[in-house]
Design a protein around this ligand. Structure first.
Ligand code: ADP
Ligand code: MG
Length: 592
């Protein structure tokens, strides 16, 4: 008895679909790629319920004829290759002619398309691989594909989908991987009626800013290199903006996002000693190579790629990034820029290191010690090095924000180059980074006050408008309650416009737009890294900006006050952003 059947197309397509479209983000990728292959200059993506209910891509590309509008849903229907040889010179994103057939097998799809030389367009409706309607209609030139109720006929897949936030996260990542490198095309992304991104055509740096916030512009160095083998263009983060997670690392080859462990290593190697351990640079790098030098025999939905010239590419990429970093970084202030935890000198021979010790005063009573007393004690404390600052723990006293500031009694201070304050301690000469000290003091004050709801706020005479990119706007609206804790009164007026009516008193209203953008950029860069909660992480950025706006020159009394305030902080030696505040030059070192 014969038992073999040929599977009907609809079933074969459904099986194939499993490979191409395993979740909504897979369909998004295919539709965006088709739009780019059609030569579109503007592509608009709309999703509802993270793509479950609707994924719609509209482009202003070449459109399709009546016949092609039907044929495109057939398996192996492609206009992009004609013979096997073409495989070695692929210049389009797709070529297997499978995507639309797959999507049509597992969703209800509506296609509208018109070519520039036809008066009327075509609309095709297809469900589970069967065309249910086709007619002419008036529509703009280009193509709209609407994919509705994805997996409506594959319950197993539908049930396998994760929460909306996870699925939307995958869609956003696909969107970034495509839009970053195709920055000459305009893109929008709308989710549940809200515009998440509105990216205008432009250079790569502008695109990075549109996706990750405008401050990324200040955080990047350009990488440009051209050899016979490869053309490299992109941006890498300045070493000081490295991150604790491998987050924003994007590598592209011929317009396609790729993962390539050895090329990723090449970029990281270029930073060599410039990064602290377990920190990673962000990068966005596009490579252009002759398509025949890439192995195309790879699965289109996978991101792995093989190069014929693997080793040479590694060397070229590493040196290009190295040059980008070396060319621009000054390198002179490195010692002060190394976070203290990495600032451990070599251990002398015969010396057994002892773990740092925290000494505390068991008789300490916060209501007995006054701030002035604290300051007196500092002078007699023998500071032996950064670790010994832990000894100051027992000196700290909670300061009532409303209490008058006591007259400090720190020793004579001297200001060096508007950047440092130098003062004598019994253990040596303390060189204090002024800006970082202010950052620490402001941060501690605001965090302490926020626990009591005691941060003050100053109402602006004239409210100030801020205009933000869609991604920033979304983030700011989420952070408004946290900012309120620190004295900001901000209301969202429209999707991208906010009006600020009050700020912390130390904030200058002339540059609110920039301040808010920087808060958001810092927040994006620091969440989950240094601080556990977002409000503290915001406060760190705010403190930094407040400190940056303080006058550079100080009077003697102001310097003494600052030194006293600093030493009243539990972590006087490190700024909230993890930078070293105090360096002690010991008398022995001076003798040498
Ligand atoms: P592939 O992209 O691999 O060729 P697809 O199934 O994605 O396969 O698309 C099939 C064909 O449909 C394409 O080759 C192209 O000719 C046509 N097509 C798909 N999307 C569009 C679009 N947005 N604009 C114009 N033509 C399109
Ligand atoms: Mg395609």
């Amino acid at each position: 008895m014969d038992i073999i059947n040929i599977l009907p197309d609809s079933v074969a397509n459904q099986i194939a679909a499993g490979e191409v479209v395993d979740r909504p983000a897979g369909a998004v990728k295919e539709l965006l790629e088709n739009a780019m292959d059609a030569g579109a200059t503007q592509i608009d993506l709309v999703v509802k319920d993270a793509g479950r209910t609707l994924i719609q891509v509209t482009d202003n590309g070449c459109g399709m004829s009546d016949g092609d509008a039907r044929l495109c849903f057939e398996r192996h229907a492609t206009s992009k290759i004609h013979r096997a040889d073409d495989l070695f010179a692929i210049h389009t994103m797709g070529f297997r002619g499978e995507a639309l057939a797959s999507i049509a097998a597992i969703a209800q799809v509506e296609l509208r398309t018109r070519q520039a030389d036809s008066e009327l367009g075509t609309q095709v409706q297809i469900e589970g691989s069967h065309i249910v309607d086709q007619h002419h209609l008036v529509c703009p030139c280009g193509t709209t594909v609407a994919v509705k109720n994805l997996f409506y006929n594959v319950p197993a897949r539908r049930n396998f989908l994760k929460r909306d936030s996870v699925e939307f996260g995958h869609i956003e990542e696909v969107f970034r991987r495509i839009t970053l490198i195709h920055h000459d095309i305009g893109f929008t992304l709308q989710s549940n009626g809200k515009t998440v991104y509105d990216l205008k055509p432009g250079g790569m740096l502008q695109r990075i800013a549109g996706l990750f916030g405008s401050l990324y512009k200040e955080r990047m160095y350009a990488v440009d290199e051209e050899t016979d083998l490869v053309r490299i263009h992109g941006f890498v983060s300045r070493p000081e903006f490295s991150r604790k997670t491998r987050g924003e690392q994007y590598l592209f080859v011929n317009g396609r996002f790729i993962k390539h462990p050895s090329l990723n290593t090449a970029v990281e190697r270029a930073y060599a000693d410039l990064l602290p351990d377990r920190s990673f640079p962000s990068y966005f790098i596009g490579l252009q190579v002759d398509p025949s030098r890439i192995d195309v025999n790879i699965h289109p939905t996978k991101t792995e790629v093989k190069f014929v010239d693997d080793h040479a590419l590694f060397a070229i990429l590493r040196s290009a990034v190295k040059r980008a970093i070396g060319q621009f970084s000054l390198g002179t202030e490195l010692s002060f820029d190394t976070p203290p935890e990495f600032n451990i000198g070599p251990v002398p021979k015969g010396h057994t290191p002892t773990p740092p010790r925290i000494s505390y005063n068991p008789d300490y009573n916060p209501f007995r010690a006054t701030a002035a007393q604290t300051r007196l004690k500092i002078e007699s404390t023998d500071l032996k090095g950064p670790n010994d600052l832990n000894d100051l723990e027992d000196l700290k006293d909670p300061i009532d924000p409303k209490a008058p500031t006591p007259t400090p009694s720190a020793g004579t201070c001297m200001q060096l180059q508007e950047r440092y304050i130098v003062t004598a301690l019994s253990s040596g000469l303390a060189v204090i980074d002024l800006q970082r000290a202010r950052e620490r003091i402001a941060f501690d004050r605001m965090v302490r006050n926020s626990e009591w709801g005691a941060n003050s706020s100053q109402t602006l005479l004239f409210p100030v408008d801020c205009h933000l990119q869609a991604a920033d706007a979304e983030m700011l609206s989420e952070l408004l309650p946290d900012l309120k804790q620190y004295g900001f009164e901000i209301a969202q007026r429209s999707s991208g416009t906010f009006v600020v009516t009050a700020t912390p008193p130390e904030v200058h209203e002339d540059d609110l737009q920039h301040l808010i953008e920087r808060l958001l950029a810092d927040y994006r860069g620091s969440t989950m890294q240094r601080f556990v909660d977002r409000s503290t992480s915001l406060c760190a950025s705010l403190a930094k900006q407040i400190a940056a706006k303080c006058p550079a020159r100080l009077e003697q009394a102001e310097m003494q006050q600052l030194v006293a305030d600093l030493f009243a902080c539990p972590m006087a030696d490190t700024s909230p952003s993890g930078k070293k505040i105090i360096t002690i030059v010991k008398p022995e070192e001076l003798l040498k």
